[in-house]
Design a protein around this ligand. Structure first.
Ligand SMILES: [Zn+2]
Length: 311
């Protein structure tokens, strides 16, 4: 991180600016980059640096996030859902890292639509994906497959529902105990993706049984900035949930800054307190949907959210 201040000093009025994210950031230092050269977007870029992992949050389109993941020991980098190749290559250059890998969560254009363009400009990339509809895949992966990035371990978690070939990427470092997961359009901060190609049973498996089984401290990097909309729905489902109310206030302070800052990441432990779709076994959530059982509650919640209008 030492190089950041000098590298961005000329274009930054916010560095060094380490923002503590309360319980979310136990070991990640967070800093915001005021990059005046980056074209108009919904959020400022931020960098989260752990001992060996670094994640640079790259906003794209109207509310998407791409992520540049770096193993700081080897300077190898992977990019998650690089829909805007120019912005990715600019970040790679600024970081001085070697981009080797694309991690694609699913085939939707706003996630996979930049693969071809990036492959034209950066040769020799390994492209992971779990769906034949994803452009440029060099390695088709299935549930449980593993890959590596320098000294980091990447485990593929198949989470079919939003799309049949959706993959989440769980990244760990045996040396430092750092853990993060890239969840695409399966798990959002406070919400989940629509069930375009799947069922409530599948989303229950994805959220409660797979992602919910990851350690609480695992940081969650999702595909969109939908946090306030999702939390608004969450507080409608559980009006008495103080964790949701607190998170809404915290997110508002981030989003009301000019320029706005991302609300990403959350953590698995936090999602279990604020995300109704991960709380489908809770009595309060089942009372709201008037259903019993996690799967029926998941089905009812998603149907309600699909038609939910923020007051
Ligand atoms: Zn999608």
């Amino acid at each position: 991180m030492g190089g950041w201040a000098s590298l961005f000093g000329a274009v930054s009025n916010r560095l060094p600016n380490y923002v503590t994210q309360g319980a979310v950031a136990t070991y990640f230092r967070v800093s915001a980059i005021r990059d005046v050269g980056f074209r108009g977007t919904h959020s400022i870029q931020t960098v989260q640096s752990g001992q060996t992992m670094q994640v640079r949050v790259l906003p794209a389109l109207s509310d998407n996030y791409m992520y540049l993941l770096v193993d700081q020991n080897t300077k190898e980098a992977a990019v998650v859902d690089p829909v805007d190749p120019e912005a990715v290559l600019k970040a790679v250059k600024e970081e001085g890292v070697k981009l080797t890998t694309i991690l694609t969560t699913h085939h939707h254009w706003d996630h996979a639509g930049g693969n071809k363009g990036l492959l034209e400009k950066a040769v020799g990339l390994t492209v992971l994906g779990g769906d034949s509809r994803i452009d440029g895949v060099t390695r088709m992966v299935v549930d449980g497959d593993v890959a590596s990035l320098g000294g980091l371990n990447i485990k593929c978690l198949a989470t079919p529902c939003h799309t049949t070939g959706h993959i989440c990427y769980y990244v760990t470092d045996a040396q430092t105990d750092e853990k993060i997961v890239f969840t695409g359009d399966t798990l959002f901060l406070g919400g989940c993706g629509r069930f375009f190609e799947g069922t409530a049973e599948q989303m229950y498996t994805a959220l409660v049984e797979k992602l919910g089984a990851l350690p609480s401290a695992t940081k969650v990097y999702c595909g969109h900035e939908y946090s306030l909309q999702n939390l608004g729905f969450g507080s409608h489902v559980e009006p008495e949930n103080q964790d949701i109310a607190d998170k809404i206030q915290w997110c508002r302070t981030k989003r009301e800054l000019t320029p706005a800052e991302p609300t990403i990441p959350s953590s698995i432990g936090e999602e279990k307190r604020i995300n109704p779709f991960m709380r489908v076994e809770e009595g309060t959530v089942q009372a709201h949907t008037k259903t019993t059982g996690g799967i029926e509650t998941m089905r009812a919640l998603r149907a309600e959210k699909d038609n939910f209008k923020q007051k």
